[in-house]
Design a protein around this ligand. Structure first.
Ligand SMILES: [Zn+2]
Length: 474
């Protein structure tokens, strides 16, 4: 009886483990094979006459050197890795020379270190540029995911793992020259030195060194390295799923504007838009079917000027997710008759403008206490007209209040991610069912065992009684 019980439990446990296993292995192995020894080349971007970005009192060629040296120092703490720098001095080097150098030392990967700036100083965030050629695209995707996950944890906006094409194939020379020589290479654009959202990450030497450590850690995770000096072991670390044979859709360059962007005001009981306490709630619906939406800005004066860019709600360049519907509360200055245009940007900084929204009759409710910025009634309750969702200043509020009935999170391009998540939740459901069944079985077997014992005891008792009566003298 006990043996049968143990057998059944073992079988059930094995079944549960079999079902649970895919959950732990949803991430993938590294696509790239390496030989007996690992050789990494770090390329501090620019140098000499090529000074790189010169914004905000920064000089990129020096920033990249500080980060690259820190990356070198950190990476050499790992076991079984040989590390080189393409340059250690402030010298000019062509992209071909850098690729040749890396090939010359038999490198497995070259990481080119850069800092970014944008023409109108509007952009912020981190991105990784990779080759569009397979399998290098897949290698870049897997590494990029590792680095950008760290950037995200640091608080930076993740702009994604990206590709860009030019006349000769990959647009960026360092990637093209390397891949033509059979060497995987990519560019890490750590952050934007000319946007105040990012300057806190790159305006001191220790900031630049922090990035170097993050880069080295991403390399260690990618290659599954361990370091007795640092006391870390990434040998069991699994990577994101990627294809080695075709362009990974999340890295695909989107050269078309977002598909649509529409706005409509939240209306009162009479069907007219309401500006309450100086705030107009606007419902936004937008989509980019090729990639995702990353930033938004808005104009209150019919497009003459736009606000600074804000992060698109729910935007995640690592999964391709973003919200296709949300409500935005716009603060309308007193006496202004707003002519609102909303602008939706994709990760490649192409944008689409919404319809023009005017509020014809100023359906303004008088503020109860005269305070324009107050979003709350005097009794402390949130106004009924939609609640505080996401203010133009980007302050976030609990997720559940953002959700409006009937809205969905739009996941374009890569639906695999969504499917995977669905699969995972289905597996979680199965897992629950199995645990429940297992519990039922345990209860059943225990009750069976107990009743067996009871019966056996009763039988013994009866036998004993019989024996006793036999032994009794007649
Ligand atoms: Zn650069």
């Amino acid at each position: 009886m006990i043996n049968r019980f143990i057998q059944c439990i073992t079988v059930l446990a094995a079944l549960v483990l079999m079902i649970l296993n895919p959950l732990e292995t949803e991430a993938a192995d590294r696509l790239q094979d390496i030989g007996d020894k690992l050789v990494i080349v770090i390329d501090p971007g620019h140098g000499g006459n090529n000074r790189g970005t010169l914004e905000n009192n920064h000089e990129e060629k020096f920033m990249t050197m500080t980060t690259a040296r820190a990356m070198y120092d950190e990476l050499t703490k790992y076991d079984g890795v040989e590390v080189y720098l393409t340059r250690t001095e402030d010298v000019s080097m062509t992209l071909e020379e850098r690729a040749e150098f890396a090939v010359g030392v038999d490198a497995d990967f070259m990481f080119s270190i850069h800092y970014n700036a944008s023409e109108n100083h509007e952009l912020f965030g981190s991105e990784v540029w990779v080759s569009s050629v397979s399998p290098y695209n897949g290698y870049g995707m897997q590494f990029g995911y590792e680095f950008l996950t760290e950037a995200k944890e640091m608080g930076l906006l993740v702009r994604g793992v990206k590709t860009r094409l030019g006349d000769k194939g990959d647009y960026y020379g360092i990637i093209r020259e390397s891949v033509e020589r059979g060497l995987p290479a990519l560019i890490i654009e750590h952050c934007h030195v000319d946007n105040e959202r990012d300057t806190g990450y790159c305006d001191s030497d220790s900031d630049l060194k922090n990035f170097g450590i993050a880069d080295a850690t991403a390399v260690a995770r990618y290659f599954g390295l361990s370091s007795s000096e640092l006391g870390v072991d990434y040998s069991g670390h699994s990577l994101t799923e990627a294809s080695a044979t075709s362009l990974n859709s999340l890295t695909k360059n989107d050269d078309t504007e977002p598909d649509f962007c529409e706005i409509a005001p939240e209306t009162g009981d009479d069907g007219r838009p309401v500006i309450r306490d100086g705030v107009l709630a606007v419902n936004v619906t937008a989509a980019d079917y090729d990639s995702l939406l990353m930033y938004y800005s808005y104009s209150l004066n019919g497009g003459a000027t736009f606000s600074a860019r804000e992060i698109w709600p729910g935007c995640d360049a690592l999964t391709g997710a973003y919200r296709d519907t949300f409500q935005l509360e716009l603060e309308i200055p007193a006496g202004v008759k707003p002519e609102i245009i909303f602008r939706a940007y994709n990760p490649y900084d192409l944008y689409t403008d919404s319809n023009l929204l005017t509020v014809p009759e100023m359906a303004v409710e008088e503020p109860e206490n005269g305070s324009l910025s107050s979003r709350e009634h005097q009794d402390g309750t949130i106004p009924a007209a939609g609640g505080t969702v996401l203010s133009p200043s980007g302050e976030t509020v609990p997720e559940e209040t953002k959700e409006r009935p009937g809205t969905t999170t739009f996941r374009p391009a890569v639906s695999e991610q969504a499917e995977e998540e669905q699969e995972v939740s289905f597996l979680s459901f199965l897992k629950l069912c199995l645990v429940f069944v297992l519990l039922l079985f345990i209860v059943f077997f225990i009750s069976q065992y107990l009743s067996y014992r009871k019966r056996r005891n009763r039988r013994r008792q009866r036998r004993k009684e019989l024996g006793d009566s036999r032994n009794q003298p007649r």
